[in-house]
Design a protein around this ligand. Structure first.
Ligand code: PEP
Ligand code: MN
Length: 339
């Protein structure tokens, strides 16, 4: 349920309600809006005397949260959540569409630095690059791991781009969070609940990728795990789902963008690289994602895609990325957003 405070409630009156809620054994999540504060209360409501809470000073009303995902739901927060990422003041979820770009994997210092410079120059706000790679085959390149993190940190120091990199297992969350500005949870791990709880305890935003065979509701419930564990800064990433169609690596369901924006206040990012699997499809689908209302893009960019160690077919080169950015800005302008 949500306790809606009246617009001029004081911090003491809000704290009084929080104490009451805690007395009933519920977990409180105060959400401070521009107009008023609401307190989302999560837990078993059966023993709660709603009348007692409703009678507290400056409480306007109590409303149930109908969605199964509570904190991620727009019922709890109408305003969109804008999440700050990285060292240069960039955000995702606001008026400005943000682009996260970089190679699938960190392969070498020179490779990453060259692409970091190119995407920064073209206007990206963040650099992506996997240090640990989730590979279908155990014999494939698994990433440079700790060395990859060092290289990412060097790229940030030079370019001031925020660093986005995947964390594969709970045991390495602290190690990755020490370098990354944003932790990526890969599609394969969307329902790895202990990992979701582990990143929920860290003070860094999380990009949660949609599992290739998950419904939208399962996707939002996965986000709920992270928020419920204590981290409200979750960015949702649609990266394509598995269907019968095989001319693409995954089917990119862009209709989820307006659907998510209606149901959740969290920022929504689209990854057309994994969403199509083919480099030539990536720029047009970036434009389509912007047109559909995405708050950001996640794009794989490589200096020499033909020789990439991972995901070679879908990475676009520096030139194609730059050209895409120019066109995407025009689409953003056409729909009243900045980029
Ligand atoms: C990636 O971003 O390189 C990646 C492994 O993505 P996904 O988890 O969406 O497959
Ligand atoms: Mn990849």
């Amino acid at each position: 349920m949500i306790v809606v405070m009246k617009p001029n409630a004081t911090p003491e009156q809000i704290q009084h309600v929080i104490n009451l809620v805690r007395e009933y054994g519920l977990k409180d999540h105060p959400i401070v809006g521009t107009d008023r504060t609401v307190i989302a209360c999560i837990g078993d409501k059966r023993a709660v005397d709603k009348g007692a809470i409703e009678n507290a000073p400056m409480v306007e009303k109590i409303v149930p949260i109908l969605a199964p995902y509570k904190m991620a739901s727009r019922e709890v927060r109408q305003e969109r959540t804008e999440i700050a990422i990285g060292p240069a003041g960039a955000t995702l979820g606001g008026q400005k569409i943000g682009v996260i770009a970089g190679p699938c994997a960190v392969e070498s210092r020179e490779q990453l630095l060259q692409t970091a410079r190119a995407v920064a120059e073209a206007g990206a706000i963040a650099l992506r690059g996997g240090a640990w790679k989730p590979r279908t085959s155990p014999y494939d390149f698994q990433g440079l791991q700790a060395k990859g993190l060092e290289i990412l940190a060097e790229a940030r120091a030079e370019t001031h781009l925020a660093i986005v990199t995947e964390v594969l297992r709970s045991e390495t969350v602290q190690q990755v969070a020490a370098v990354a500005d944003v932790l990526q949870i890969g599609a394969r791990n969307m329902q790895h609940y202990p990992l979701l709880e582990a990143v929920g305890k860290v003070d860094k935003p999380v990009i949660l990728k949609r599992g290739p065979s998950s419904t939208m509701e399962e996707f939002l419930l996965a986000a709920e795990y992270i928020i419920n564990a204590g981290n409200p800064n979750v960015i949702l990433c649609e990266r394509g789902i598995r269907t019968f169609e095989d001319y693409v690596r995954n089917t990119l369901p862009l209709a989820i963008v307006p659907a998510l924006r209606e149901r959740t206040h969290l920022p929504v990012v689209v990854d057309p690289s994994h969403g199509t699997g083919h480099a030539h499809m990536v720029p047009p689908m970036c434009l389509a994602a912007v047109a559909a209302g995405a708050d950001g893009l996640l794009v794989e960019v490589h200096r020499d895609p033909e020789h990439a160690y991972t995901d070679a077919a879908q990475q676009i080169n520096h030139h194609a990325f730059c050209a895409m950015m120019k066109r995407a800005r025009k689409v953003a302008e056409a729909i009243g957003r900045d980029m």
